[in-house]
Design a binder for this molecule. Structure first.
Ligand SMILES: [Cu+2]
Length: 508
C-alpha cells in the first residue's frame, strides 16, 4: 500500500489521489459484521463451527476454548490504557484460530452492536453459542481432567518475565492451584451462565441507558486517548482509572449480561468476543474522529515508547503455540486484516469537530468521604460552575463530565452504583429514565483485586445526557451540580460497604 500511494503521489494530482487511496485502504479489508437482535450474518455459522471445535480440543492445545478464556484470567488489563490494545490483540489471535478451526478462510469476528439493540442477539441462545448449554459444562469437565497436568508442565515452561507478571496480577497467581481455584470459582452452568434468556433477551434498563446512542456519543466526545480508553499506569496489571468507554458501556454490558460475563472468565461466553469487538470498533470510530480533526490518536510523546513497548506475553497463535506480542503491534487497524461494517455512532467519525471552548480542562474537585450504603444517597455538591455550564449546548466541542473516585464495596459482585445529578427527590426507586440520571457504575475489575492493590477505582462519566434532559424541562443547573450516588445491591439483604472518596465536574 505504501508503494502504491507513493507512485500515485509522484504521478501528480496528489491530494485527490491520496485521499482515494486512503478510502480504498479502509474498505478493502474484510469486514467484521454487525450483529444485533435477530440479525445473524453468515459469519455466525463459521463461528459456531469454531466454538465447537475449540470445545472439543485437548486441554494441552492452546486453542482449547477454556485455554483461550484462561488468557483473560491470566493477563487482561482493565482500568488502564492498555485495556483497548490488549483486547484488540487478544481478539485478533482468537479470530485467527477461529479461521483455522472453522475452515472458513474469510472468517472475521462479528461484533455486537448493543446500541442498535441492547439485548443479547437471538443466535446466542442457539446451543453452540449459549454458555448455559450442556456442551460448555461437558467441555469444562473434559478440560479440567487434563488441566492440572497441562498447567504443571506449562508452568515450568514460563519465562521469568511471565512469572513476574502473574505475581503482580490484581489476583496474584502464584502456582497451578491458585489458577485452578480462580477458574472454578468463576464457572457457571445452566441458567447461571447468563442473565438474559431467549424469552427475555434484553439487558436491564441501567445497562440500556449506558449504551444508548446519546451516551456513546458523549463517551466518544473526549479528545485525549486516556480520557477515552483509560489512564496511564506503570504496567498493564495495575488498575485504577477508567476512561469513558470502560466506565459505562464496557462494565455495564458485562454486569448485565451476567453469569460468566460478570467476571474475568467472561470469554467462556461466546458473546464476550462480540462485545469486545464492538468496543474495538468504537475505539476505531474515536480514532478516525480524532484523525479527522487533526488531533492526537495516541498517548503523548513523553509516554508513547513505554506505552507501545508493554509486553503481552500470554497469547496463542493459530497453531496453538504461545505468541508474545507488544502493545505497539495492534495500534494501527490498517494492516491487521479487518475493518468494521459501519454501526452505531459511525457518524461521529466523519462529523466536523468544532473547536473546544476556552474553558477546556477546567476542573472542580471535591473531597467527600461518604459511606456507600445500599439504597442510600452519598453525594457531593460542587458550586461556582456558572461559567463551566455555559458550554452546555454551545457551539464548542467541549462537554461536561464527572470523575468519581470510590472505594468499591468489599463484595462488589452483585452491586452497582447509580449516579444522578441535582435530583431533589432521589431514592433507590428513582428510575434510570429520570432526567437527573447520569449512568451506572459496576465493578467488573474491582472484583479481581486483592488487598495489596490500590483499593480505589475512578470512573469518568459524561454529563451531557442528563444536562440535555434537564435543559429540556427548564431545570438546567445555574451554578451548582450535586453528584449523587445510590448503591444498589441485587440482593436486598446484602450489606454494602465502600466509600465515595471524591467527585469532580470537568470541562473536557
Ligand atoms: Cu471486557
Amino acid at each position: 500500500m505504501n508503494i502504491l500511494r507513493r507512485d500515485l503521489l509522484v504521478g501528480g494530482g496528489a491530494l485527490c489521489l491520496a485521499s482515494q487511496v486512503k478510502v480504498f485502504a479502509q474498505t478493502a479489508a474484510p469486514l467484521r459484521e454487525r450483529v444485533y437482535a435477530d440479525k445473524a450474518p453468515a459469519s455466525l455459522t463459521s463461528y459456531k463451527r469454531a466454538v465447537d471445535a475449540m470445545l472439543a480440543l485437548d486441554a494441552k492445545d492452546g486453542r482449547n476454548w477454556f485455554r483461550q478464556a484462561l488468557i483473560h484470567v491470566l493477563d487482561c488489563p482493565h482500568d488502564n490504557w492498555w485495556f483497548l490494545p490488549w483486547h484488540r490483540g487478544y481478539l485478533l489471535n482468537f479470530e485467527n484460530i477461529c479461521r483455522e478451526l472453522s475452515g472458513d478462510d474469510a472468517f472475521r469476528l462479528p461484533y455486537w452492536d448493543w446500541t442498535e439493540s441492547p439485548s443479547v442477539p437471538l443466535a446466542f441462545f442457539d446451543d453452540e453459542l449459549n454458555p448455559g448449554n450442556a456442551r460448555f459444562t461437558e467441555g469444562y469437565v473434559r478440560f479440567r481432567e487434563g488441566a492440572e497436568d497441562m498447567l504443571k508442565s506449562w508452568w515450568t515452561g514460563l519465562t521469568t518475565e511471565q512469572l513476574s507478571q502473574l505475581s503482580v496480577r490484581p489476583t496474584p497467581l502464584t502456582d497451578v492451584d491458585s489458577i485452578l481455584a480462580e477458574l472454578d470459582s468463576h464457572f457457571y452452568s445452566g441458567n447461571g451462565a447468563r442473565d438474559p434468556s431467549k424469552d427475555a433477551p434484553d439487558l436491564a434498563d441501567d445497562a440500556k441507558a449506558n449504551v444508548k446512542l446519546a451516551y456513546i456519543e458523549g463517551a466518544l466526545s473526549v479528545g485525549k486517548f486516556d480520557q477515552f480508553s483509560s489512564y496511564k499506569t506503570n504496567t498493564h496489571h495495575d488498575q485504577g482509572h477508567q476512561g469513558t468507554l470502560e466506565s459505562g458501556p464496557h462494565g455495564m454490558v458485562h454486569y448485565r449480561t451476567g453469569g460468566f460475563m460478570g467476571a474475568f472468565l467472561s470469554p467462556v461466553d461466546p458473546i464476550f468476543w462480540l462485545h469486545h469487538a464492538n468496543l474495538d470498533r468504537l475505539w476505531d470510530v474515536w480514532t478516525r474522529k480524532q484523525a479527522n480533526a487533526n488531533s492526537a490518536i495516541l498517548p503523548d510523546k513523553a509516554d508513547i515508547d513505554a506505552f507501545k513497548n508493554e509486553p503481552f506475553l500470554f497469547f496463542h497463535g493459530k497453531d496453538g503455540a504461545p505468541l508474545a506480542k507488544r502493545c505497539g503491534d495492534s495500534l494501527d487497524l490498517n494492516g491487521l486484516g479487518y475493518a468494521y461494517e459501519p454501526g452505531s455512532a459511525e457518524s461521529v467519525a466523519a462529523a466536523p469537530v468544532a473547536p473546544p471552548a476556552n474553558l477546556t480542562n477546567v476542573l472542580f474537585a471535591l473531597n467527600v468521604g461518604a459511606d456507600l450504603r445500599s439504597g442510600f444517597e452519598a453525594s457531593g455538591a460542587i458550586t461556582g460552575l456558572s461559567e463551566a455550564l455555559s458550554v452546555v449546548g454551545d457551539d464548542s466541542s467541549s462537554e461536561l463530565f464527572t470523575r468519581i473516585t470510590l472505594t468499591p464495596p468489599s463484595d462488589a459482585k452483585d452491586v452497582s452504583v447509580r449516579v444522578y445529578i441535582n435530583c431533589p427527590y432521589l431514592s433507590k426507586f428513582t428510575p434510570v429514565d429520570d432526567p437527573h440520571y447520569v449512568g451506572t457504575i459496576s465493578f467488573f475489575s474491582a472484583m479481581h483485586r486483592s488487598q495489596h492493590h490500590s483499593n480505589e477505582v475512578t470512573v469518568l462519566l459524561p454529563l451531557g445526557v442528563a444536562l440535555k434532559a434537564l435543559g429540556e424541562q427548564k431545570e438546567l443547573p445555574r451554578s451548582a451540580i450535586k453528584v449523587q450516588l445510590i448503591p444498589i445491591a441485587e440482593n436486598p439483604s446484602q450489606t454494602v460497604d465502600g466509600m465515595l472518596q471524591s467527585v469532580t465536574v470537568e470541562v473536557l
